[in-house]
Design a protein around this ligand. Structure first.
Ligand code: PMP
Length: 366
């Protein structure tokens, strides 16, 4: 019954979010932060609610200043979006959407010489499942580079592309690339390299310091995980002003007021409460180490994680069976039935109490 759908809409396979649990379930399936946001967020939102009659600041000027100060960049190097998903989608539109068009058709040659043999955008297999969806939506020819046997990134296979998009740490593996590898990719890519740092706050090296030197780098961040604000939908990109200007052009052509007043106010308050944020982040990192250690004791291994989740391997019973058995005990984790991931479960790092419940259930199941 898709008679009125465009051919493109018919081809799309949208992202499906993890199952929504009942109140009593332990939710370790969508990588939300284990802790509530800073109490200052609520105060700021309540105050901003008084001005809802008015449109928000279209360019999130104050928020951009707060983000810039936080990362040591200029406000002109910051682009704000509704969650990082939107910044990522706009990156595909701004930098990769015209790969196959000739100049006569309106295609751009700004980022790669037409004579260059490889006009593909490369990403990893496996990675965040939204990248192929945006590639389809914005007509970017995408090539996937398989992960190595140990699920780490085969960096050299990313060299030579027109553009690169990668999550660092990668999802759902949690494995992070060092900055020197990102820098090598930047040198070896003709066009834009997008580094999606959704989970970088939990221990990966950020590529933000490379933005000054590399005019083709976009670092995308979110407050969903690092600042417990998945419900507020705030993300941002950090890049050279020229690239930010392309993102703003796409945004202004799409929706003039993307970030609402409450989101702008709440995001500022969250970022400015660094003490609270550092504490919750350190607690999650400590709980991750504890959980990995406890799993090791019962002979279960995980990939090395720099994120607020772990990718845990199961063989007997299988990951699928463990997933179902955990669910029966009221614990939701994520199972990906795809190739090379079917032996793993992705488990969000919750509070210590939640992880103890998870560990007790796993012990019972195996
Ligand atoms: N990138 C990665 C790798 C993710 O896992 C997610 C969360 N699903 C996002 C980006 C998007 O996060 P948000 O839109 O909440 O900022």
């Amino acid at each position: 019954m898709k008679e009125f759908w465009s051919e493109k809409a018919k081809r799309l396979t949208p992202y499906t979010a993890g199952e929504q649990p009942t109140q009593t379930m332990i939710k370790l399936n969508t990588n939300e932060n284990a802790y509530p946001p800073s109490p200052k967020v609520k105060e700021a939102i309540m105050e901003a609610a008084g001005d809802l009659r008015l449109y928000p600041n279209a360019d999130a000027d104050h928020l951009r200043k707060v983000i810039a100060a936080h990362h040591g960049v200029a406000p002109g190097e910051v682009f704000c979006s509704n969650g990082s998903d939107e910044a990522l989608a706009f990156c595909f539109a701004a930098f990769f959407s015209d790969s196959q068009k000739t100049e006569a058709e309106g295609g751009s040659t700004a980022w790669f010489p037409r004579s260059y043999p490889d006009s593909h955008v490369r990403t990893l297999d496996v990675t965040y499942s939204f990248y192929p969806v945006w590639a389809e939506l914005f007509d970017a020819p995408l090539q996937t580079v398989p992960l190595k046997e140990d699920y780490s990134v085969d960096v050299a296979k990313l060299y030579g592309a027109r553009g690169v998009v990668l999550a660092n740490p990668n999802a759902p593996t949690g494995i992070a690339l060092p900055l020197c590898a990102i820098e090598k990719i930047l040198h070896k890519t003709n066009g834009v390299v997008i580094v999606d740092e959704a989970y970088a706050a939990f221990g990966a090296e950020s590529a933000i310091p490379l933005v000054k030197k590399h005019k083709n780098l976009v670092v995308v961040r979110t407050l969903s995980k690092s600042h417990s604000l998945a419900g507020l939908r705030v993300g941002y990109a950090i890049a050279d002003e020229n690239l930010v200007s392309a993102l703003r052009t796409v945004k202004d052509s799409f929706n003039s007021y993307p970030l609402d007043r409450l989101a702008q106010a709440g995001a500022c308050a969250a970022i400015e409460d660094t003490e609270y944020n550092e504490q919750t982040t350190q607690d999650i990192i400590a709980t991750r180490a504890y959980t990995i250690g406890e799993l090791w004791k019962i002979g279960i291994s995980c990939l090395p994680s720099h994120a607020n989740f772990i990718f845990v391997e199961f063989s007997n019973p299988s990951a699928k069976q463990v997933f179902a058995a955990l669910r029966d005990r009221g614990i939701l984790v994520r199972y990906f039935p795809q190739n090379r991931m079917e032996n793993f479960l992705r488990v969000t790092i919750g509070t210590r109490t939640e992880m103890d419940a998870f560990l007790a259930a796993v012990k019972e199941i195996i």
